[in-house]
Design a protein around this ligand. Structure first.
Ligand SMILES: C[S@@+](CC[C@H](N)C(=O)[O-])C[C@H]1O[C@@H](n2cnc3c(N)ncnc32)[C@H](O)[C@@H]1O
Length: 227
């Protein structure tokens, strides 16, 4: 088997070492040596976009917040699902990840979604973007860790508790949808979403294609007239 080749390395204060590695045509983003994203499997990242944007797809206008960028598969799937009148904000904590996505290795993976005119990138913590934009988004998609447990940064733990989920609910418009990606089951998370006013559907898409391991998607909807 071919060895992994390190393409890029960055030391991010508060996060640690970030590396982009390649083996053949597979790219992997690692944080402190742990895999955060791989180009080998991205079916469930795309399924998150489809499930979270199902209503917007038929409406044609609206606003979507995607946190974070990774390799851009979720952003690409949002763009492919919604019409030309939908604006997509991408909140990415690590400017290095944005820079690598604009470069020659990562840009082609998901068809250069950052070049789409509907997309604007904010280099910031998605929780801050939500806090500063009340009643703004029709859909918020969170795929920032390996699920409702902080991996990238310890502060991310705050996203998944009651205050963090209430913050997400406040950033949504009436009837809005919050989608959260998870590598596996997250005991108690569904209940916390319900406590914050969401009605929750749990999906189990394949990690890639139609076989193999499954991931977990929490698709949480606010009622009309509720936020
Ligand atoms: C698993 S990857 C996302 C994969 C992405 N869904 C895709 O399709 O390629 C997680 C991303 O979230 C970013 N991230 C982590 N914590 C964040 C936060 N609090 N706010 C915004 N982005 C964050 C990471 O730097 C990384 O780019």
């Amino acid at each position: 088997m071919k060895p992994w080749e390190t393409l890029k390395t960055a030391h991010v204060p508060g996060v640690g070492e970030l590396t982009l590695v390649r083996r053949g045509d597979e790219f992997v983003l690692r944080v402190r040596g742990q895999t955060l994203m791989s180009s080998r499997m991205h079916g469930s990242e795309e399924a998150l976009a489809k499930a979270g944007c199902a209503e917007l797809a038929s409406r044609g206008t609206g606003r979507v917040l995607v946190g974070g960028l990774g390799f851009g598969y979720t952003v690409r799937a949002v763009l492919d699902a919604v019409g030309p009148g939908v604006q997509v904000t991408v909140a990415e904590l690590l400017p290095t990840v944005v820079a690598w996505n604009r470069g020659p290795h990562l840009s082609p993976l998901a068809g250069a979604p950052l070049e789409d005119k509907r997309v604007s990138v904010v280099e910031a913590d998605v929780s801050r973007v939500m806090a500063h934009n009340p009643q703004t988004f029709d859909t918020i998609l969170l795929d920032v860790d390996n699920g409702p447990t902080a991996l990238t940064h310890p502060d991310n733990q705050g996203l998944y508790g009651l205050p963090g989920l209430s913050n997400a609910a406040r950033a949504l418009r009436s009837g809005g949808t919050l989608g959260v990606w998870s590598a596996g089951p997250a005991p108690g998370f569904e209940r916390r979403l319900e406590k914050c006013g969401f009605t929750v559907e749990v999906l189990h898409p394949h990690a890639h294609g139609t076989k193999g391991p499954r991931h977990v998607l929490f698709i949480a909807r606010l009622g009309k007239g509720q936020r």
